[in-house]
Design a protein around this ligand. Structure first.
Ligand code: IMP
Ligand code: MG
Length: 212
């Protein structure tokens, strides 16, 4: 389980590469830091799942880079599958989650590791968990790269957390804003003007979150 999760602040952030300088105000997590921390998470997972075959269930699309780096260091037998989820803004608060890709593997009686990019309000995770539980896995553990506890609405906690971050909208290393920035090798903080006056950057009017 995660112990001593690094807690990050904007003050400790690094300089933005010139190409991204107009859009990003800071690099919150450098490629090197990501690499080292994800390795640590792999080691924790490996210890906890030793002797068992795990089924990794990863949520599309934000997990691409994190997932690849996490599982390449797992010396364990594992099966991998994906679930697609999209959230659409409904009115001001409630958001309905739509499943865009169902699981292909049978998880009944299995040890599932559920992987997501970031735990924010917790709404996505709560609904995904409810759906997964109906498939009767033996146990489900949750692994997220980032945790933004300040925004939590649902009572959900992750078993493995890469970094705890402040209430900032972050992009890169798989995470997007309006489907952009997923390819950045670091986690960066967007300038507010990129949201075009949105007061709630996590819930833009566009389909920016159409693919968590
Ligand atoms: P939740 O349902 O509010 O916990 O949100 C989870 C999903 O929202 C994540 O899987 C992300 O796709 C997206 N999200 C939340 N915060 C951020 C952020 O700071 N940057 C990019 N995506 C985010
Ligand atoms: Mg997203």
């Amino acid at each position: 389980m995660s112990k001593a999760v690094p807690s990050l602040s904007l003050r400790a952030s690094g300089r933005v590469p010139k190409y991204w300088g107009k859009e990003l105000r800071a690099v919150l997590i450098s490629p090197d830091r990501l690499r080292r921390r994800v390795r640590e998470l792999s080691r924790q997972v490996e210890r906890d799942y030793a002797g068992r075959e795990m089924t990794v269930v990863s949520l599309l699309t934000g997990t691409v880079m994190f997932l690849a780096d996490l599982i390449r260091h797992l010396s364990l037998p594992l099966r991998l599958d994906f679930m697609g989820v999209s959230s659409y803004r409904q009115g001001t608060e409630s958001r309905e989650l739509v499943f865009t890709k169902e699981l292909r593997l049978d998880v009944r009686g299995r040890d599932v590791l559920l992987v997501d990019d970031i735990l924010d309000t917790g709404r996505t995770m709560r609904q995904v968990l409810a759906k997964l539980r109906k498939l009767k896995p033996r146990r489900i553990r949750i692994c997220v790269l980032l945790d933004k506890p300040a925004r939590r609405v649902e009572k959900v906690r992750a078993d493995y957390v890469g970094f705890t971050i402040p209430d900032l909208f972050v992009v890169g290393y798989g995470l997007d804003f309006a489907e952009r920035y997923r390819n950045l090798p670091f986690v960066g903080v967007l300038y507010p003007h990129i949201y075009q006056g949105e007061t709630q950057p996590q819930e833009p009017k566009s389909a920016a979150h159409a693919d968590p």
